[in-house]
Design a protein around this ligand. Structure first.
Ligand SMILES: C[S@@+](CC[C@H](N)C(=O)[O-])C[C@H]1O[C@@H](n2cnc3c(N)ncnc32)[C@H](O)[C@@H]1O
Length: 259
């Protein structure tokens, strides 16, 4: 597997199961709205979408129900195993293809009409160089007029990483502790504890690393890759972290592949 100077965060199996149960709330709320918006875009009669860093397949399932065929790409075998289970029927019929790859270097064997990357997945890229590589790969698989949509967490959200949090549920006892470096815009969050996925308790021990980027930097990098930034005009649900109802936790970006 190819790696880059700025690799993402690689989610292990125990964390994948826990994430699927407790970390996908915003994606569940946002993906139906996004699917509807994408379906109204020019050229959407060709309904093939790349779900970049697709995780456990929650958004892929929603896009499938909205009539899109999906390529789900992720670096994590644990997340993809969960997605394969969720999407088994659609994998069987060929409506979903799951691909294990790094989002800064991936190659597809066909073009897609749209690409999405949800739940702060791109915050896991820790350098502008890595984002630039990722955007170049996205631009390479979109036709002119194709759409790219992603959300990024903002510093307001990451400041919450300084707090210690505990998920204490019948099937999970997980402690979250982290650190956010305001000056560098980089933080780490560690999840540790036990989660019962139905087959017995499994150990969760995962550190995720993320970086925040300003809109100016993002829009310049998109333009450099040949992706014209535009305001995302549709509804964006509140962040599931509960720190903000005003949208200051995350920004949704949209861009169109330029001629
Ligand atoms: C916060 S999860 C989001 C998953 C999914 N998009 C969702 O909405 O639930 C971030 C995902 O990014 C994936 N990831 C992190 N770094 C990556 C990289 N460099 N290349 C591909 N996937 C990566 C992780 O494995 C994980 O599945």
């Amino acid at each position: 597997m190819t790696t880059t100077s700025s690799p993402g965060t690689f989610y292990g199996r125990g964390f994948a199961e826990f994430y699927d149960r407790y970390g996908t709330g915003w994606t569940r709320d946002f993906a139906p709205l996004l699917a509807q918006w994408l379906s109204g875009r020019p050229g959407a009669e060709e309904r093939l979408v790349l779900d970049l860093a697709c995780g456990t397949g929650v958004s892929a399932q929603i896009l499938l129900r909205a009539g899109w065929d999906v390529i789900g790409l992720d670096i994590s075998a644990g997340m993809l195993a969960n997605a394969a289970h969720r999407l088994a029927q659609d994998v069987e019929t060929g409506r979903v293809v799951l691909q294990q790859a790094e989002m800064t270097t991936f190659v597809l064997d066909r073009q897609v009409r749209a690409c999405v990357a949800l739940e702060g997945a791109l915050n896991h890229l820790l350098s502008e160089e890595a984002l630039e590589q990722c955007f170049a790969r996205v631009a390479a698989v979109l036709p002119v007029g194709g759409t790219f949509v992603f959300d990024l967490y903002e510093p307001h959200h990451f400041r919450g990483w300084h707090n210690i949090g505990v998920t204490d549920e019948p099937d999970a006892v997980i402690v979250k502790r982290g650190v956010w470096d305001e000056e560098r815009g980089i933080g780490m969050l560690r999840f540790s504890g036990l989660f019962d996925d139905g087959s017995g308790p499994i150990r969760v021990d995962q550190t995720v690393t993320s970086r925040a980027y300003g809109a100016d930097v993002l829009n310049a990098l998109l333009s450099k890759a040949g992706l014209d930034p535009e305001p995302y005009p549709a509804e964006v649900p509140a962040c599931a972290c509960g720190r903000s109802r005003s949208g200051s936790c995350r920004t949704v970006y949209a861009a169109t592949k330029a001629a």
